[in-house]
Design a protein around this ligand. Structure first.
Ligand code: OOB
Length: 540
């Protein structure tokens, strides 16, 4: 009889749990079910053993829920047999492949905590996240998108004293073959649902990323409640288009919501219209999630791609603001229902609903997922603004973190004393509860003391005929402190600064908000998940 290992306590050092009275309430009111996340897959395998969980790929047949469940168990036993213990952290950096799911559930069932990084992260981020989490292992693919992750792993290992294993999907080189890990075994550790299930990486735009420890209870609720809002069921086929380690395609409702409701999952590593449309046609995809630049690209691409997209019923768009002009293009172009999603790895999710009017869907970023989500909109002093006025969004609720992992100093600023997360997002709330995101607190240009909201200026610039993408950034200026720069990606001829100013003035924009400088670009730089990268633009 093998003894059942239990979690070493050190993973909880630096974790900020939900206060006891809130945890009790979330349990009592049924938000938290007390089930470890690894059981989501177990329940699906019991209920729908023969249904397809993973769609076939060119090099492997489809896997049923029974297959996937067994593969996850074998992965869990194999990881424990390597000496990785419950409570240990493991950095996972995999492209969108079915193995991501096996590795994720293997880790969850072993009580080991995945630290979910994105394929676009490089040495600075991976080293930092490995050391911050004290990870003992790093799971990679050999190569993806022309990048050799084994070279990165060698560098990280040299700088991360805790890292004992590198597991590689594909050719392992000097490291361990991930395919050699799975093993049989008879007992898996008890997992406490109030403990840390996994860690997400913050999408923060300043400084190095932070770790967001999500508990089994809160993340299972996140995925299940999201699946309910999106009306996912066993007939759905979810396409992971965005990097699946990101909260949006992972659990909003994403692959975890799909597993909770018995649907099938398909994966692509290239989100271009050519690749994505082919996958939608091949797998009969019904739901997927994209960022606004991709929604725009897909909408335009129906003119030159002729794939059959008729199975697609729901296109979720979120991660950054979707301009109203672009929102209005999506539905007729792709013939789908559009859903705006305003979410954050830290927790709070807002969705537009099936019953919302077209105007609400095109002009708002949705309303909170949970009846237990608490939302406040506050001014610079932290006082509630009048209903409908703009202010910073603060939030607290059954799936919103109470503190970043191992970041006490930052937490003192990022949370109110009563536990609300200060999102840094500027919003207005309608009487219906729907939120309109008007920008980031810091995404403003301070032009000689007058504040210009970059989002507002961008929305106006996008309305100019032929402008495909627009970004407003502040540039240093000796006299004004900052001057306003508009960067445009255009379809044909680039307008002149004078033409832009005349156009914006015609739309009623205040003179001080007019750009001082106009730049043309072929493309805008993007972040690891595909949002426009303001930091890079400012530095350029
Ligand atoms: C999602 O999560 P993160 O952590 O990468 O980024 C969160 C931030 C938000 O605080 C907000 O500033 C921005 O991204 N954002 C939006 C937005 N959705 C996210 N800004 C305007 N409109 C939206 N619809 O990006 C994320 C996580 C789960 C679901 C969806 C998105």
């Amino acid at each position: 009889m093998t003894s059942i290992p239990t979690a070493a306590p050190d993973h909880r050092a630096g974790f900020v749990p939900f206060p006891a009275e809130f945890a009790e309430r979330y349990r009592r009111e049924g938000y938290w079910a007390g089930d470890p996340l690894g059981e989501l897959l177990r329940a699906a395998a019991l209920r729908w053993p023969e249904r397809t969980a993973l769609a076939a790929t060119p090099d492997r047949p489809a896997a049923t829920y029974a297959d996937l469940d067994a593969a996850a168990d074998r992965m869990a036993h194999g990881l424990l047999a390597l000496g990785i213990a419950p409570g240990d952290r493991v950095v996972v950096q995999l492209p969108n492949t079915p193995e991501f799911i096996t590795v994720l559930f293997g880790l969850l069932r072993a009580g080991v905590i995945p630290v979910l990084t994105l394929p676009a992260h490089r040495r600075a981020e991976i080293e930092h996240l490995t050391n911050l989490s004290g990870a003992v292992a790093y799971v990679i693919a050999d190569r993806a998108a022309d990048f050799d992750y084994r070279v990165l792993a060698a560098e990280v290992r040299a700088a991360a004293p805790t890292l004992a294993h590198v597991l590689v999907l594909g050719d392992p080189g000097e490291f361990t073959d991930l395919n050699s890990v799975p093993a049989d075994g008879d007992s898996l550790p008890e997992v406490d649902a109030s403990d840390i299930a996994l860690m997400l990486v913050s999408g923060g735009t300043t400084g190095l990323p932070k770790l967001i420890a999500r508990t089994h209870d809160d993340y299972a609720y996140n995925a299940k409640a999201s699946a309910a809002v999106c009306e996912l069921g066993p007939e759905d086929v979810y396409l992971a288009t965005l990097p699946v380690a990101h909260n949006f395609p992972l659990a909003c409702p994403g692959v975890l919501g799909t597993i909770a409701t018995g649907g099938a999952m398909a994966f692509i590593t290239d989100p271009s219209p050519e690749s994505a449309f082919a996958a939608i046609e091949r797998h009969g995809v019904t739901v997927t999630a994209v960022v606004p630049p991709l929604a725009q690209l897909w909408s335009a691409a129906v003119d030159w791609e002729d794939a059959d997209l008729s199975t697609l019923r729901l296109l979720q768009v979120g991660g950054a603001r979707l301009a109203e002009v672009n929102a209005r293009e999506v539905v007729p172009a792709l013939n789908v229902r559009l859903q705006q999603v305003f979410g954050m790895a830290e927790g709070l999710l807002n969705y537009t609903r099936a019953e919302d009017s077209d105007d609400l869907v095109c002009t708002t970023q949705g309303r909170p997922l949970s009846p237990a989500d608490e939302v406040r909109v506050v001014d610079g002093e932290g006082n509630d603004v009048l209903p409908g006025e703009e202010g910073e969004l603060l939030t607290r609720g059954p799936y919103t973190l109470r503190g970043y992992y191992r970041a006490p100093e930052h937490n003192a600023r990022a949370f109110t004393p009563d536990g609300f997360y200060r999102s840094g997002d500027l919003v207005r709330q309608l009487p219906s509860g729907h939120l309109i995101v008007s920008g980031r607190i810091k995404d403003v240009i301070n032009r000689g003391g007058e504040n210009i909201s970059c989002d507002e200026l961008e929305e106006h610039l996008l309305a100019y005929p032929g402008v495909r993408h627009a970004a407003a950034v502040g540039l240093p200026d000796a006299v004004l402190g900052e001057k306003a720069c508009a960067v445009l990606v255009v379809e044909d001829a680039m307008p002149s600064l004078a033409e832009i100013k005349t156009f914006l003035t015609g739309r009623g924009l205040a003179t001080y908000k007019l750009p001082d400088v106009l730049r043309q670009a072929d493309t805008l730089p993007v972040t690891a998940v595909g949002k426009i990268d303001k930091k890079a633009l400012r530095g350029a």
